[in-house]
Design a protein around this ligand. Structure first.
Ligand code: FAD
Ligand code: NAI
Length: 467
C-alpha cells in the first residue's frame, strides 16, 4: 500500500497549490483527481475558459466599434465561433499541461480516480474502470471545490438551459439569452454573448446587481451595462421554463409576489451561485462535520472534526475564488510543515472581468456604515485621468475608504478598464496596514490609469490635483 505524508483530494487551484507547497516543504505528496484533466473548475470550466472568451469577444467588439475612430480601417469583423472555441481550448490545455508539469517537477504522485475518506490516514480511490486502491497518509486535505447551484423545477441540459459550463461551449450565438442571476458569472458570460450578438436579459432576485460589491460601484456598473445593451429585471425570479417550443419561454415573477410575465429566449443561463461539492467523499461515515450550508466545517487551522483531515477552497466557507483557495492551500501546507500558515481574509481582492472591469478589496461603504465605523471617502473619475482621456476609455472611477481617525485604508473599489490589475496596489498597501496618505505620497508613473488610484487617495484628504 502506497504511503504519503499528505494526500490532497482535488486538483483545482486549492488542491494543486497545496500539493506543491507541501512538496517544497519536504513532504511526500499525492493528489487524487476524478476528472481526466488536472486544474479543477478554474482551469477547465471556470476562470480560464471564461477569460479566454472575454478576451476574444472584447477584441471582436473593439474591432467592430472602436477601431474606426482611432483611424484604423478594417472590414466589418465576422465571428468564427469554432475558431474562438479552439482559442479557448488552447488556453485550457496550456494551463492544464502547466499543472501536470508542476506535479512532475515537485515529484507529486497523481492518482486518477474518485477519492473517499475511510477515516484518519486512509483514502480509497476508485478509478474510472471501477478498480479501487487504498492509500495511507499522515494527513488528508479535502479540496473538492464546488458545483453549480440548480433551480428547482428547471432542468439544465447544457444545450438550451445551461450552467456556466454549457455557456462556455455554445455551438452558435443565441439571438436571445436570458440570464438568471446578476452575479459574477451572469455578467461575465452575459457580456461574452452580448458582444457576439445576443440580446441579453438578466433576471435578478435582489433589487441590485453584484451583491457583495460596493453599492455605488454596482449602480454605475448597471448603468454602463445598460448602455451596452443589457436589460435587467431586478427584484424578480424565474419560476419555470417551458421547453416545448423551439424558443424557450421563461416565467418571471416579482420576488415580492405579484403577476407573472413570460420572456422568450433561445438559451437560458442559470447562474445563481455555486454549492460545495462533497459527493461520494464518505464524509458522514468518516465523521467529518458539515456546516448548515453543506460546507466542510473547519477551525482557523483548516482542521475538520476528524484528526488529520483538513479542508480548503470552495468546499469551505468564504468567497468562492481561485486565489482564496490557493492561499488556503499554501497556508494549510505550511501549518502541516510546522510553519505559521495564515490567510488574511480582510484583504482578498475580487474582480469581475467585464468591460469595464470591477475590482474590490476590503470593506465596502455599505459594510462600514452597517458596522458604524467612522470613515472618509476619496473618489476620482477616469474622465479626469489623462491616459484614460487619450485612450477614450473614461468610464468609471476609483473609490478609497479610509478610517476617519487613523487614515488607514479599509477598502478600495474600482470600476474601469484594467481595474483588476490596479486593485493590487491597494491590496499590498492594506496588507502593510498603510494609510491613504501613504498611497497619495507614492510616486505613480505618468501617464497611467493607476494615477487615478493615487488621486483617489489624495481625495481622501480633499487634495486631489486633477479634479
Ligand atoms: P475546484 O477548482 O472546483 O477543484 C476541485 C477539484 O476536485 C475538481 O477537479 C474535481 O474534479 C475534484 N474532485 C471533487 N471531488 C473529488 C473526489 N471525491 N475525488 C477526486 N477528485 C475530486 N474564481 C476566480 O478567482 N477568478 C475567476 O475569474 C473565476 N472565474 C470563474 C468562472 C466560472 C464560469 C466559474 C464556474 C468559476 C469561476 N471562479 C473564478 C471560481 C473558481 O473557479 C473557484 O473558486 C476555484 O476553482 C475553487 O478552487 P478549488 O480548488 O476549491 O476547487
Ligand atoms: P453569485 O453568487 O456571484 O451570483 C448569483 C446571483 O444570483 C446573486 O446576485 C443572487 O442574488 C442571484 N440569485 C440567486 N437565486 C436567484 C433566483 N432564483 N432568481 C434570480 N436570481 C437569483 O454566483 P455566480 O455568478 O453563479 O458565481 C458563482 C461563484 O463563482 C461566485 O461565488 C463567484 O465568486 C465565482 N466566480 C468568480 C468569478 C470572478 O472572480 N471573476 C467569475 C465567475 C464566477
Amino acid at each position: 500500500m502506497a504511503s504519503y505524508d499528505l494526500v490532497v483530494i482535488g486538483t483545482g487551484p486549492g488542491g494543486y497549490v497545496c500539493a506543491i507547497r507541501a512538496a517544497q516543504l519536504g513532504m511526500k505528496v499525492a493528489v487524487v483527481e476524478k476528472n481526466a484533466t488536472l486544474g479543477g473548475t478554474c482551469l477547465n470550466v471556470g476562470c480560464m475558459p471564461s477569460k479566454a472568451l472575454l478576451h476574444a469577444s472584447e477584441l471582436f467588439e473593439e474591432a467592430g466599434h472602436s477601431f474606426a475612430k482611432m483611424g484604423i480601417k478594417v472590414p466589418t469583423p465576422e465571428i468564427d465561433l469554432p475558431a474562438m472555441m479552439n482559442f479557448k481550448q488552447q488556453g485550457i490545455d496550456g494551463n492544464v499541461k502547466g499543472v501536470e508539469y508542476l506535479m512532475k517537477k515537485n515529484k507529486i504522485d497523481v492518482i486518477q480516480g474518485k477519492g473517499k475518506i475511510l477515516g484518519t490516514g486512509k483514502v480509497q480511490v476508485t478509478a474510472n474502470d471501477g478498480a479501487t486502491q487504498t492509500v495511507e497518509t499522515k494527513n488528508i486535505v479535502i479540496a473538492t471545490g464546488s458545483d453549480i447551484a440548480r433551480l428547482k423545477g428547471i432542468e439544465i441540459d447544457e444545450k438550451r438551459i445551461v450552467s456556466s459550463t454549457g455557456a462556455l461551449s455554445l455551438d452558435k450565438v443565441p439571438s436571445s439569452l436570458l440570464v438568471v442571476g446578476a452575479g459574477v458569472i451572469g455578467l461575465e458570460l452575459g457580456s461574452v454573448w452580448r458582444r457576439l450578438g445576443a440580446k441579453v436579459t438578466v433576471v435578478e432576485f435582489l433589487d441590485r446587481i453584484l451583491p457583495g460589491m460596493d453599492g455605488e460601484i454596482a449602480k454605475q456598473f448597471q448603468r454602463i451595462l445598460e448602455k451596452q445593451g443589457f436589460a435587467f429585471k431586478l427584484g424578480a425570479k424565474v419560476t419555470g421554463v417551458d421547453t416545448s417550443s423551439a424558443t424557450l419561454s421563461a416565467t418571471i415573477e416579482p420576488a415580492a409576489g405579484g403577476a407573472a410575465e413570460k420572456i422568450e429566449a433561445d438559451v437560458v443561463l442559470v447562474a445563481i451561485g455555486r454549492v460545495p461539492y462533497t459527493d461520494g467523499l464518505g464524509l458522514q461515515e468518516a465523521g467529518v462535520v458539515l456546516d448548515n450550508r453543506g460546507r466542510v466545517q473547519i477551525d482557523h487551522h483548516f482542521a475538520t472534526s476528524v484528526p488529520g483531515v483538513y479542508a480548503i477552497g470552495d468546499v469551505v466557507a468564504g468567497p468562492m475564488l481561485a486565489h482564496k483557495a490557493e492561499d488556503e492551500g499554501v497556508a494549510v501546507a505550511e501549518i502541516l510543515g510546522g510553519q505559521a500558515g495564515h490567510v488574511n481574509y480582510d484583504v482578498i481582492p475580487g474582480v469581475v472581468y467585464t468591460t469595464p472591469e470591477v475590482a474590490s478589496v476590503g470593506k465596502t461603504e455599505d459594510e462600514l456604515k452597517q458596522a458604524g465605523t467612522a470613515y472618509t471617502v476619496g473618489k476620482f473619475p477616469f474622465t479626469a485621468n489623462g491616459r484614460s482621456k487619450v485612450n477614450q476609455t473614461t468610464d468609471g472611477f476609483v473609490k478609497i475608504l479610509a478610517d476617519a481617525k487613523t487614515d488607514r485604508v479599509l477598502g478600495a473599489h474600482i470600476i474601469g478598464r484594467e481595474a483588476g490589475e490596479m486593485i493590487h496596489e491597494a491590496a499590498v498597501l492594506m496588507e502593510f496596514g498603510g494609510s491613504a496618505e501613504d498611497l497619495a505620497r507614492t510616486c505613480h508613473a505618468h501617464p497611467t490609469r493607476s494615477e487615478a488610484v493615487k488621486e483617489a487617495a489624495l481625495a481622501v484628504g480633499k487634495r486631489a490635483i486633477h479634479m
